[in-house]
Design a protein around this ligand. Structure first.
Ligand code: 13P
Ligand code: SF4
Length: 307
């Protein structure tokens, strides 16, 4: 039996489901029951009836699935699957930051820990952040955390004066605008499309900005045949699968001669072997204190109701 067949058999036997993000390696995306962006995955997790959810993504995603399913077992193949945004927003520092803005509504990007979510009024993803910000009355000041690049983009498109936490994604901030523009000269017909975690110069060069799912949908609807894609390179697998006749070129990173910088090293710690082992041994499991789970649930629920 191949590893893939062993995982599928175990999944059946244990009534488990595998949810995967678009940034997972190709073999994991092929195997998963559902592949999506952060919002779609949170939604899918909220609809689960299986006994076990295996989350092929990063820690904050599996934690969100656990918050939505406190009585189900949620497994993350490797607990080292973190996120630079979540890791650089520690609860104590964030609490001290919020204490400076007591009259502000707190909107947090889903890429943060359960503790940060529990201090928030709304959770959002890159799919729905704009609509959530727009739904808040104009005269209500807002703190947005932890991604300053997404925050700047939201401030620019909504005209709101957001107070931003100083966090960023190590993958999206590594794109080189100079190399991107040179690449565009080589492929002048290609459309540049970008994830809003990218820095402002990259977003300014893009003809479309959106979450991973929105980037895929945009490429499907666009008449263009070529795209330069400024987000984690794992997305190219789904793009190429859905649009075999179109060309997708990964946006170049600052150091892309020496490393695969547009790959998220956190996302890529998951492997088929680790998925097999975690399903077999039912560990590592995400566990949360009940009071934290309940406090973090409200702002996520508000987001899901909103979308
Ligand atoms: P989306 O899945 O919302 O596009 O976010 C991308 C991301 O960086 C997830 O970590
Ligand atoms: Fe976090 Fe960036 Fe990796 Fe997404 S791509 S999980 S935001 S480090």
């Amino acid at each position: 039996m191949s590893l893939r067949e062993k995982i599928l058999a175990l999944k059946e036997e244990k009534n488990a489901i595998i949810l995967a993000h678009y940034y997972q390696e190709d073999a994991i995306q092929e195997l998963a029951d559902f592949v999506g962006d952060s919002l779609e995955l949170a939604r899918k997790a909220s609809e689960q009836e299986s006994d076990i959810i295996v989350f092929a993504g990063v820690h904050f995603m599996a934690e969100t699935a656990k918050i939505l399913n406190p009585d189900r077992k949620v497994l993350l193949p490797d607990l080292a699957a973190g996120c630079s945004l979540a890791d650089h927003c520690p609860p104590d520092a964030f609490k001290a930051f919020l204490d400076q803005y007591p009259d502000h509504v707190v909107v947090t990007y889903i890429n943060c820990s359960a503790e940060i979510k529990s201090m928030s009024d709304y959770v959002c993803t890159s799919s729905n952040a704009e609509n959530i910000i727009r739904s808040i009355p104009q005269d209500q000041p807002i703190v947005f955390a932890p991604d300053k690049n997404l925050g700047r983009h939201l401030a620019q498109i909504t005209g709101r004066d957001l107070v931003l936490w100083d966090g960023s994604c190590i993958v999206h901030e590594a794109f080189s605008i100079d190399k991107l523009l040179r690449l565009h000269q080589k492929y002048p017909e290609a459309e540049i499309i970008a994830h809003p975690e990218s820095e402002t110069p990259v977003l300014k060069a893009a003809s479309f900005i959106g979450s991973t799912a929105k980037l895929i949908r945009y490429a499907q609807q666009s008449a263009s045949q070529e795209f330069i894609v400024a987000t984690e390179a794992g997305i190219l697998f789904e793009m190429q699968r859905l649009m075999p006749d179109k060309t997708f070129i990964p946006a170049p990173s600052l150091e892309d001669n020496t490393c695969a910088c547009s790959e998220c090293s956190y996302m890529k710690v998951n492997t088929l072997e680790k998925i097999y082992q975690c399903l077999l041994l039912e560990t590592p499991e995400i566990q949360l204190p009940r009071n934290l789970q309940e406090a973090a649930y409200q702002p996520i629920k508000r987001m899901l109701e909103f979308s």
